[in-house]
Design a protein around this ligand. Structure first.
Ligand code: FAD
Length: 500
């Protein structure tokens, strides 16, 4: 007979830490982040007004007429505004804005157009994947190309390629990947690896110069043979396949990437089993930790997009209700409409809090821990570029720097800490993206037939926001991950993603 549980997860000791990231951060995180975040939001608003608003609807229609269109013009514009280096640390050639400020930026842009803002945000999905390997020499090498791309006006974007034709949800969790049907294989040859297989639904694939590819040496044992390899567009054996014709986020290409004996030299391997042997955890656990580092930050970003969509829908509905008369009085002065608009506002506010709390957790014990450590944060702000170029850069390229970062970030992170960041990121992801879809539905109820018209934008936000519930792990998967990481704490009987 199964005994009744004695305790709620909320009684469990780590729960206090899990629910107080923001409180703990008040004292520990640099105050300078607030000033920067203000600047970022102001910049986002300016870009939204001047660049995005005039083209949001016409681009969506352009994609309906010509689904093969590639948005180079917009990508060049975003590059001119410096968005592909804004959140790259200064030691890697970027402007070094604090990472949590990106979520506010994505919310702002997402409230206008999720497709266009994906063309900026997805680049950082690949950047954080490189960071999660803590291979400092290679991070420096690739990000210097991004910096040059900004200087020359020829954008250098990155994409992340993990999803395969036979494995979507499965590749998001190391516990699931062995049950999936992965097919993208890396075979060791002299001097490097040969990749064979394909990836699908890769955001920004067709407009990216580098693709951070997750592949496996043994397809029967992927969890223990995972590798992270960068592949450059134009490499021998690499080609683009079809571009998906999808219901929303149309302007951002979802690309198929094909690999046929595509060679990646040893000195470009971001992470493999051999490198992981130097870590405290075994290889499988390190792979799981690395994926968790990625999704703990990227899911906060997707939550911010969901919040943006929820806000876009709210703003549309409010504007409509103010300017429309029903039964002899303005719609906004009907109490039922006020109650619905208040509910929509609440959805935006709660979603925002969920991604903010996740970012606090990431700053305390996740990917941003080192870079937001106060002395380092301020040092990297003021250190002259000449010191970076002539003193810091040569140090970055030493193997010992990668070793130190892996000791601090990989070995130094406790299991409770990575459960906290991963659990909160999942909570934020489904909270924000469900709120996006919910608010779109409510906006359409308030707006009636007007909401269905393409020129009112509400139907576009609904089409776009539905996709957010699917990528970065479906919302079902994220619910299960929250259950695994936080809700089931302290119950040794519970098994998630495995049989009892
Ligand atoms: C617009 C868009 C952009 C994308 N961009 C990228 C990108 O840049 N890079 C990239 O690598 N991928 C990208 N993806 C792929 C995305 O990450 C996957 O679609 C996602 O992980 C879900 O996988 P799937 O679509 O194969 O669904 P499936 O895995 O086939 O899932 C189908 C259903 O089964 C459920 N399910 C599956 N497994 C389990 C389980 N073990 N337990 C419970 N329920 C389960 C799911 O929740 C879902 O409801 C993108 C997808 C979209 C739609």
């Amino acid at each position: 007979m199964v005994a009744h549980a004695q305790r709620s997860p909320f009684d469990h000791a780590p729960c206090f830490e899990d629910m107080t990231s923001s409180l703990q951060s008040t004292a520990r995180q640099p105050k300078g982040m607030l000033k920067e975040t203000r600047e970022v939001v102001a910049l986002a608003r300016k870009f939204k007004e001047e660049v995005m608003r005039p083209i949001t609807l016409s681009m969506d229609r352009q994609m309906q007429k010509d689904p093969e269109y590639l948005p180079w013009e917009f990508v060049r514009k975003a590059n001119e505004w410096g968005f592909y280096t804004l959140w790259v640390p200064r030691i890697f050639g970027g402007k070094g804005y604090n990472s949590p400020s990106m979520s506010y930026f994505l919310e702002e842009l997402g409230s206008e157009c999720l497709g266009l803002s994906n063309l900026i945000g997805v680049h950082y999905l690949a950047v954080v994947t490189m960071f999660a390997t803590f291979n400092i020499r290679l991070i420096n090498k690739l990000l210097r190309e991004v910096e040059d791309g900004q200087k020359t006006g020829i954008p250098c974007l990155l994409s992340l390629a993990i999803t395969e034709p036979g494995a979507g949800t499965d590749v998001e969790e190391v516990e699931l990947v062995d049950k999936g049907n992965v097919g993208c294989q890396a075979t060791k040859v002299e001097g490097g690896y040969l990749i064979n297989g394909s990836k699908i639904f890769i955001s920004s694939g067709h407009v990216s110069r580098w693709h951070i590819v997750i592949c496996y040496e043994d397809l029967k044992n992927p969890s223990d043979t995972m590798l992270v390899l960068p592949v450059k567009t134009g490499s021998k054996g690499f080609s683009f396949g079809r571009k998906e014709h999808k219901m929303g986020v149309k302007i951002c290409p979802a690309s198929e990437l094909n690999f046929e004996d595509c060679f990646v030299p040893d000195d470009l391997v971001l992470m493999n089993k051999e490198q992981n042997q130097k870590n405290r955890r075994n290889n499988k656990q390190t792979n799981s930790q690395m994926i968790d580092y990625v999704v703990s930050t990227s899911r906060a970003g997707v939550s911010a997009w969901g919040t943006g969509a929820a806000r876009g829908a709210f703003e549309n509905a409010l504007d409509f209700a103010i300017n429309t008369e029903v039964n002899g009085k303005r719609l906004v002065n009907h109490e039922w409409a006020q109650a619905m608009l208040a509910e929509m506002y609440k959805n935006v506010a709660i979603s925002r809090l969920s991604y903010v709390e996740t970012n606090y957790a990431n700053g305390l014990c996740g990917l941003y821990k080192t870079i937001q450590f106060k002395p380092l944060f301020y040092y990297f702000k003021i250190v002259p570029k000449i010191v970076i170029d002539y003193i810091i850069r040569p140090i970055i390229n030493l193997p010992v720097t990668t070793w130190v970062f892996r000791k601090i970030q990989l070995d130094g992170q406790t299991d409770a800490q990575f459960h906290r960041t991963s659990g909160w990121a999942s909570l934020a992801k489904f909270t924000g993206t469900d709120a996006g879809v919910k608010n779109c539905q409510m906006a359409l109820e308030i707006m009636g037939q007007a909401g269905l018209r393409q020129d009112r934008r509400a139907e576009k936000i609904l089409r776009d926001s539905k996709l957010l519930q699917i990528y970065e792990g479906t919302n079902q998967l994220n619910r299960i991950n929250l259950f695994k990481c936080l809700a089931a704490q302290g119950h040794s009987q519970v098994r998630v993603f495995e049989h009892e």
